[in-house]
Design a protein around this ligand. Sequence first.
Ligand code: GLP
Length: 240
Amino acid sequence: MKNAAEQMQVRANAEEVATAVAACLVADLRAILAGGGIAQVVFPTGMTPVRTYEQLAVVHRQALPWSRVHLCQMDEYLGLSPTDPRKFSLFLQKHLVAPLGCQLRPLRGAESDEEMRVYEQEIIQAGGLDLVLYGVGVNGHLGFNEPGSSFSSPSRRVQLHQSTRDHIDTRAGEAPSEAVTLGLAVLNAARRARVIALGSQKRRAIAAGLLHPPSVDMPLSSLQHHHDLRVFVDVAACPA
Ligand code: GLP
């Protein structure tokens, strides 16, 4: 098995990363769907994957039976109205469900640990996750598994760290303080793990997460021993 550093693919710029990630996801999904069933996947929100999703919609729309791709929600802010543009469910609808025609397994307003456990069990009973594409928080969080999260953490309600709240675009109002997230246990049990990170703001997390020994202070490092990991970064996010 290659180590995490060897799994890293560095591209010249964000556009080339998007092209590489979109091609990787399509190859992954083609292999998963070849069995005739569904692909149960998690794709992240945030600015980082937007261009990748545009490429899926424009270049790869006809490449796959997207209706057999079932998208699960990685996380969601609490305390926002259902129509608030910051809602991750609306982001996924806009960037993936509407343009591609994949299915969304919605969180249906889950707010408590118990409701998140039910959501996690639904995913497991449907066969577990075939593929997760992770974005990375500036502090190395995955989903909303903030630093300090156990690598076997369950899906649950969480408090957001100040560094995460500082990163949230506050034009639509105050940064939310709470969220729900899939836990690292169910996410990292995915059969394929892919990571995308762009820009110098992510360089410290990529270095600490992939090049240093694993630590709960750096959730990204929980992926170091994943058996099928690929990491895509641009030059700016790549540790020197
Ligand atoms: C949020 C999401 C993460 C995402 C991260 C990075 O915190 N919960 O899943 O990876 O943002 O966002 P961006 O890509 O905008 O830097």
